[in-house]
Design a protein around this ligand. Structure first.
Ligand SMILES: Cc1ncc(C[n+]2csc(CCOP(=O)(O)OP(=O)(O)O)c2C)c(N)n1
Length: 575
């Protein structure tokens, strides 16, 4: 492989980060792209140029890249092109749990479903070869449990692909209707050939054991089935689209009773039925959420199979429920505090700052998809139904990913909204990856950085202001001014993420217990360094600061009317 591109997103982020770690000699060109569509375009262009390429993204990223993906299935490429979709059943860290196996069927490309770390490696190697044999992009679909598993992996010899060479072939690469019609027919012919491949592929294997019980499954769920009912016969599908209908019919004829066990959509189940095998699956297993060995065992029981033996349990010590919180000193807090005070209707976006929707800030009214905040704000403003000023809040990475077209839309149509760009210089939510305004590449090299205020002006915004979010009054003032503008206004915050590149720390603060009037105004910040002290004042609890985690951002000091919050005396303190 010569080129790899992606946009961070759990559980896919580690793919490119690990690639960089394993490739210190820089034999592969690796980039964080501005968004997933750009990543897929980069990978497709590289493959057209004859270089093996990979594009990695989380499942919802494929929605962003879908425009390219659907047509790349027509063009194919010269060299292998692998698209990795890291799905997230159970929504551990996602806004939905769509099943991207359906994308393979939709686009008409082969689908590989690894079940563990070794298969993730082996299937990727095979995907390049398969893609080259059939001149087609290959979708490699993982799920959180596979993506985040660790295991010993035997690495294959790196292939020595032919020297890259771009050859002009407009009828293949220029998708004008006249050429695209031919390519659509080519895609369908290719699918018919791939169907034969799926019937014979060693990735699809029948494991005959007790013939009374047969399971059709794929991915991590294969291991769950093996764990809870090791005696069952299994048809394990690794190349599950195109569907090996004949193989499934053969398996069905070998076993007495048959169920499909799969997470999310009835993808294999419907295909089995279409192949004339009257099989059930979702009658026993939920269509929403992640499966587990326990849930598989219970589903098999529901199907009337002999109850699988109880599994040994590792008794986990009870833990207190802890909602996710913004970090101590997080610069995202004050704009939301101010927006609540200003009575704004806030359309939010996706990033750490989405936590502003939760207690105690409770300052976000909508969150949909990356970049949606600005378009949704336009719609809310145009609806005439918003009771206050309409404000979109969006992180710097998200703004560059999908916010630019919407801001140009708002500016060119003169819609009265305010956009707050929470510029912390990084993609914090996914672990601190660079982006085009961060000035750093995935390999840590310095890079030119987009000038966000200049960019907003270039998009047609006349009123742009940069504020220090650690200045509570200044932030409130700027936001007040912004929402008074007749058209689009933009406020950009300018403090770095407290975790980047190393933990930002200043002198910690402390609360003078006797001076604390227990007004609890500081508690509105939701800062994890602020906790209840043992002291009381007029029936209310006083507050204390955990000096070990306080970053010294001073925001709580600014909320404290009696002036009870002071620098911690002593070494490292200010007094
Ligand atoms: C289409 C899509 N791609 C990727 C993600 C994963 N993701 C969630 S938030 C986010 C960006 C966060 O960065 P930023 O907007 O700068 O906010 P921060 O977390 O730094 O506050 C990413 C990449 C996603 N949810 N959807």
């Amino acid at each position: 492989m010569r080129v790899a591109a992606g946009y961070p997103g759990t559980p896919s982020t580690e793919i490119l980060q690990t690639l960089v770690r394993l490739d210190p000699d820089r034999r592969v060109y690796v980039e964080w792209s501005t968004n997933e569509k750009v990543a897929l375009d980069v990978a497709l262009g590289a493959a057209m140029g004859g270089a093996r390429a990979l594009a990695a993204m989380k499942h919802v990223g494929l929605n962003v890249a879908a425009d390219t993906f659907m047509t790349a299935a027509y063009t194919g490429a010269r060299a292998g092109l692998v698209v990795v979709s890291a799905d997230d059943p159970g929504m551990h860290s996602s806004q939905n749990e769509q099943d991207n196996r359906l994308f393979a069927r939709f686009a008409g490309v082969p689908l590989l479903e690894p079940a563990d770390s070794q298969e993730a490696h082996d299937f990727t190697v095979l995907a390049f070869a398969l893609g080259e044999r059939f001149d087609v992009p290959v979708l490699l679909r993982s799920t959180t449990r596979v993506s985040h598993a660790r295991g010993v992996v035997r690495r294959a010899e790196a292939a020595r692909p032919a020297a890259p060479r771009f050859e002009r072939a407009p009828e293949k690469f220029v998708m004008l209707p006249g050429y695209a019609r031919g390519r659509h027919r080519a895609l369908l012919e290719r699918l018919a050939m791939l169907e034969r491949e799926a019937e014979e592929s060693p990735l699809n294997r029948i494991e005959l054991r007790d013939r009374r019980f047969g399971v059709i499954t794929s991915g991590i769920v294969y291991h769950y089935v093996r764990e809870v009912m090791p005696e069952a016969s299994v048809l394990k599908l690794g190349l599950s689209h195109p569907f090996p209908a004949e193989l499934v019919r053969r398996f069905a004829a070998e076993v007495e009773r048959l169920v499909v066990v799969e997470e999310l959509e009835p993808f294999l189940e419907e295909a089995s039925r279409a192949a004339g095998v009257p099989v059930a699956g979702k009658a026993y297993f939920a269509r929403a959420g992640e499966l587990s060995p326990d849930l598989v065992a219970r589903g098999l029981e529901r199907a009337g199979w002999p109850a699988p033996a109880p599994r040994p349990r590792h008794a986990a010590p009870p833990t207190a429920g802890r909602p996710p919180v913004l970090c101590p000193g997080c610069p995202h807090v004050t704009p939301y505090l101010a927006l609540r005070q200003l009575g704004a209707v806030v359309s939010g976006d996706i990033g750490c700052y989405t936590l502003a929707a939760m207690e105690p800030l409770c300052a976000m009214d909508t969150t949909i998809a990356m970049g949606s905040s600005i378009g949704v704000a336009v719609g809310l403003a145009r609806s005439g139904g918003a009771a206050g000023p309409v404000v979109a809040t969006i992180g710097d990475s998200t703004f560059l990913h999908a916010g630019l077209p919407a801001l140009a839309d708002a500016a060119s149509n003169g819609t009265r909204i305010t956009v707050v760009i929470l510029d912390n210089g990084t993609t914090a939510m996914t672990g601190g990856q660079g982006h085009p305004a961060a000035g750093v590449t995935i390999r840590g090299d310095a890079a030119p950085a987009v000038d966000l205020p200049a960019l907003c002006r270039a998009l047609g915004v006349a009123w742009v202001k940069v504020v220090d979010p650690y200045d509570l009054a200044g932030t409130r003032l700027a936001l007040g001014e912004a929402i008074a503008q007749p058209g689009v206004s933009v406020v950009i915050t300018n403090r770095p993420c407290v975790e980047m590149p190393v933990k930002v720390r200043d002198h910690p603060f402390t609360v003078v217990d006797a001076a604390c009037t227990a007004c609890q105004a500081c508690m509105n910040l939701g800062c994890p360094s602020l906790t209840w002290s043992g002291g009381w004042h007029e029936g209310r609890r006083r507050v204390q600061i955990d000096a070990a985690t306080c970053t010294g951002c001073t925001v709580c000091v600014q909320t404290c009317a009696p002036g009870a919050i002071v620098p911690l005396p002593g070494p490292g303190g200010r007094a």
